[in-house]
Design a protein around this ligand. Structure first.
Ligand code: ASP
Length: 309
């Protein structure tokens, strides 16, 4: 299998409305996909997992997307971040919601995923529990004799944190030489939402899903994405209808439009299937995406745009 990695930095309007920011997003997408591809080609254990984490780490540290440092604020002025990572070869996953002072939300999710893979007594050391919120994340690390590493935490005053517009959630999907597919998504959610609101991004099957057939990361109006269980829907289409991800994502987005005809909320999706096919599709005005496969890189921002880098 040829290793392939794809990312998005959220569905929205930016590349059409703000040329400077569009350029920054394109440069960032290329930097992040290169970093992920390097990990994917390296000799590490679980290269697809490492690649998705690395790619999202670069995006989270940038301050120009709605994840990690640049997460938007809820209506009480506080940033709350959500993330999920899922390994399609085992269905192992880790998910977190409403983290206030963590920059590398995806790394916290990955570590939680690893805790759940530990053998243990279910009643006391709950290996089946993979989704935690806010304050309790520190507790679950403590239970496993660890602390959330300082380099994953925010530094500096929250007021120094840049504010970004809606959209700009980030996600990545990778397949490695063994055919293992991993998907991850990291976000600050929707700007100005009620405190404690959680969207689709950390919800398994909605914003994020990976199986041995397919991996998906979504962006868009989280409430709709959850109602459609959109990421799992794509994977089911690939598995049950034996179609590739290009067709499956196109069908899911059409279903989204039929189900929510009057919504202004949009959806954007990246996906890779077990045969290494990849796709980036959206029904909003724009979505920055980038892919690297067989040493070749492409990115796009507007409809039908595919530029080699
Ligand atoms: N889906 C994210 C949420 O609803 C937002 C986004 O993708 O822009 O939290």
């Amino acid at each position: 299998m040829q290793p392939t990695i794809i990312l998005h930095t959220g569905v929205g309007t930016t590349p059409l409305t703000d040329k400077q920011k569009a350029k920054k997003l394109a440069d960032l997408a290329i930097e992040a996909i290169d970093a992920g591809y390097q990990a994917l080609e390296s000799n590490v254990d679980r290269p697809a997992l490492k690649a998705v984490e690395k790619t999202i780490n670069v995006l989270e540290a940038s301050g120009i997307v709605n994840a990690g440092v640049g997460a938007v604020k809820q209506s009480d002025g506080i940033q709350r971040r959500d993330a999920t990572i899922m390994d399609g070869s085992t269905l192992a996953c880790g998910a977190v919601s409403s983290l206030e002072n963590v920059k590398h939300t995806i790394s916290v999710a990955r570590r939680l995923m690893e805790f759940t893979e530990l053998p243990g007594d279910e009643s006391k050391d709950p290996k089946w529990n993979f989704y935690f919120c806010g304050y309790y994340v520190d507790k679950i690390f403590e239970i496993h004799g660890e602390k959330v590493p300082d380099e994953w935490k925010m530094s500096g005053k929250p007021s120094m944190v840049p504010r970004v517009s809606d959209g700009d959630t980030v996600g990545a999907v990778a397949i490695d030489t063994r055919g293992t597919i991993v998907a991850g998504t990291s976000t600050g959610g929707l700007s100005g939402s009620y405190p404690g609101r959680i969207g689709d991004s950390p919800v398994i099957g909605a914003g994020t899903y990976a199986s041995c057939h397919c991996g998906v990361s979504n962006t868009g109006r989280g409430e709709n994405v959850m109602k459609l269980v959109a990421a799992k829907r794509v994977c089911d289409l690939v598995k049950l209808e034996k179609i590739n991800v290009m067709i499956a994502v196109d069908r899911m987005i059409k279903e989204y439009e039929q189900t929510f005809p009057n919504t202004s909320g949009r959806i954007g999706t990246i996906a890779i299937d077990k045969d290494g096919n990849w796709t980036a599709q959206f029904n909003g005005a724009a979505m920055t995406w980038a892919v690297k496969s067989k040493g070749h890189g492409f990115y796009g921002q507007r409809r039908d745009e595919k530029i080699e880098f």
